[in-house]
Write a protein that binds this ligand. Structure first.
Ligand SMILES: NC(=O)c1ccc[n+]([C@@H]2O[C@H](COP(=O)([O-])OP(=O)(O)OC[C@H]3O[C@@H](n4cnc5c(N)ncnc54)[C@H](O)[C@@H]3O)[C@@H](O)[C@H]2O)c1
Length: 346
């Protein structure tokens, strides 16, 4: 069994990756800085599950996580350890690499919101690019060959559909996309110069239970469920190649196999769904009508995304297994189960 480092482990996707690794019998050290970009109760919820804390209750504070602080937490089975570490802190990372001999690194820690990157671009550079460089340097120093690096379909802005890994991605619209491109480039140079083995996993709009409250699908469910106005940027005709979180986590784990250096798309790979259609499907599932409040389009928003996923199939044997409708049903079920405390989450 292997020993993995998962960064951003309190995050939406990384928590699911860690959960699947643990279910496969592996051991995981998870790090996260638990920043308050979105309500930290979501991060606490995900960590509590990983730590096996069945009696978990949300705290009253949206900004300070219950699991913040220097104290190391370990799940009762001993195979999951959480440390509140910032990937920008090279010394703290080195300490972990010295203590544990990792088989591979799943680097999912990131500032991930597109819109916020226009307001505060600096944190995107320091976490997404510099943080990745810190991890690559630790891997070089402590001879950990493999990294799976989370990247994004946002890089394909302006490219022809469907998005293919060989398309040049040199015209990012947002600082977020620019910082992810920088991370990809640092990873490439560490592959070339130091022999690290890198899979760059470009994810396409991920959704699922315990998702991110800044993403449209999460917000639409919350707003429609609670009878609040649904803020819709643009005409609702923007379409996304939505991908269910379990498919993404499974693909991310498959991506740990040695490949040299490869960029691989992980997308739904089917006809994309427009935001207008998403709202309609949520209305039907909840039996409630959305009060749509139209807002001007966002400049950094890509009009449409669609993934060519042939390479993931060829190299990793990966294909998405969960349809949009099934994924949405599972997501809505989760929102309903957690309705009581989610009501306070914005
Ligand atoms: N969700 C999507 O649709 C999507 C699409 C494309 C790419 N991605 C990428 O996938 C990865 C995971 O995204 P997510 O949707 O789960 O986002 P998320 O925000 O839920 O998870 C990211 C986690 O990283 C942590 N983090 C941020 N800065 C950190 C730092 N300096 N040190 C340590 N931890 C830090 C955050 O606290 C958070 O828990 C990110 O790299 C993101 O860019 C996500």
């Amino acid at each position: 069994m292997a020993f993995y480092l998962v960064t951003g482990v309190a995050g939406f996707i990384a928590a699911r990756v860690a959960e699947m690794l643990l279910a496969q019998g592996h051991s995981v050290v998870g790090v996260d800085n638990l920043n308050d970009y979105y309500d930290v109760r979501l991060k606490d919820y995900r960590l509590a599950r990983l730590l096996g804390e069945t009696g978990w209750r949300p705290g009253g504070d949206a900004r300070r996580a219950q699991y913040a602080g220097r104290q190391r937490r370990t799940a009762p089975h001993g195979r999951f350890v959480f440390e509140n570490v910032d990937v920008e802190d090279l010394a703290a990372l080195e300490k972990l690499f010295r203590e544990f001999q990792f088989t591979a690194v799943f680097n999912l820690a990131a500032r991930a919101g597109v819109a916020y990157s226009l307001e505060n671009p600096h944190v995107y550079l320091t976490t997404n690019a510099h943080g990745t460089l810190n991890l690559l340097e630790c891997q070089r120093k402590f001879s950990v060959k493999k990294m799976v690096l989370a990247s994004t379909s946002s890089l394909y802005a302006g490219s022809e559909l469907p998005f293919h890994e060989d398309q040049p991605v040199n015209t990012p619209l947002s600082p977020y996309a620019a910082s992810k491109k920088a991370a990809e480039l640092f990873a490439y140079s560490h592959h070339k110069m130091h022999g690290l083995d890198i899979t760059v996993a470009r994810y396409f709009t991920v959704f699922g239970p315990a998702g991110r409250p800044d993403m449209s699908l999460f917000r639409f469910i919350q707003w429609i469920e609670n009878g609040r106005p649904v803020q819709l940027f643009g005409d609702g005709k923007q379409s996304r190649d939505f991908t269910f979180v379990d498919d993404i986590a499974r693909g991310t784990i498959l991506a740990a196999k040695p490949v040299g250096f490869e960029v691989i798309n992980f997308g739904g790979g089917r006809s994309p769904t427009t935001l207008g259609e998403v709202i309609g499907k949520i209305e039907n599932a909840l039996g409630k009508k959305a009060l749509v409040q139209g807002l001007p389009p966002m400049a950094a928003d890509i009009k449409a995304t669609r993934a060519d996923i042939a390479k993931a199939g060829r190299l990793l044997g990966w294909q998405p297994q969960v349809s949009f409708d099934d994924g949405l049903a599972a997501t809505i079920a989760w929102h309903r189960e957690n309705h009581e405390w989610l009501g306070a989450v914005n």
